[in-house]
Design a binder for this molecule. Structure first.
Ligand code: 5GP
Ligand code: ZN
Length: 113
C-alpha cells in the first residue's frame, strides 16, 4: 500500500515517535493525543479496518492484544487503560490502516460515544 500513511510510518518514510516494534506490529505516539498517553498500535501488514479481519489475518490481532499489556506496563498505565478501534465512517475512521488506540494515564470519561 504505497499511498497509506501508516504503511509509510511503518517503513520509516514518515517519521514517528516509536514506542514498540517487533516483526508483526509497530506502535507509536498519536500526533494529536486524546489522553495523557495515546499510543497507536498497528499491524505491519496492511489491513484496512476491523471490518477486514478474517480467519486468514486475525493472528496479528491476537498478537496485538498480547503486546498491549506490555506497552501499558512500559507506559506506566497501572490504573487501567482503554483500547479503541474505529472502523468506517460512522466511527470516524480517518486512516484506513487497522490501528488500535491505547489511551490512558488519566481518568477517562465513562462514555465512549
Ligand atoms: P482514526 O481517526 O482513524 O481512528 O485514528 C487515526 C489517528 O491517527 C488519529 O488519532 C490521528 O491523530 C493519528 N494520526 C494522523 N496522522 C498522523 C501522523 O502523521 N502521525 C501520527 N503519529 N499520528 C497520526
Ligand atoms: Zn497501510
Amino acid at each position: 500500500m504505497t499511498d497509506c500513511l501508516f504503511c509509510k510510518i511503518i517503513s520509516g518514510q514518515i517519521p514517528s515517535n516509536k514506542v514498540f516494534e517487533d516483526e508483526l506490529v509497530y506502535a507509536f505516539r498519536d500526533i494529536n493525543p486524546q489522553a495523557k498517553t495515546h499510543v497507536l498500535i498497528v499491524p505491519k501488514a496492511h489491513i484496512e479496518s476491523a471490518a477486514d479481519i478474517t480467519a486468514e489475518n486475525s493472528a496479528v490481532v491476537a498478537h496485538i492484544f498480547e503486546v498491549i499489556p506490555k506497552i501499558a506496563e512500559s507506559e506506566g498505565l497501572k490504573n487501567g487503560f482503554r483500547v479503541i478501534t474505529n472502523s468506517g465512517p460512522d466511527a470516524c475512521q480517518s486512516v484506513h490502516h487497522l490501528h488500535f488506540h491505547l489511551l490512558g494515564g488519566e481518568q477517562m470519561s465513562d462514555k465512549m460515544a
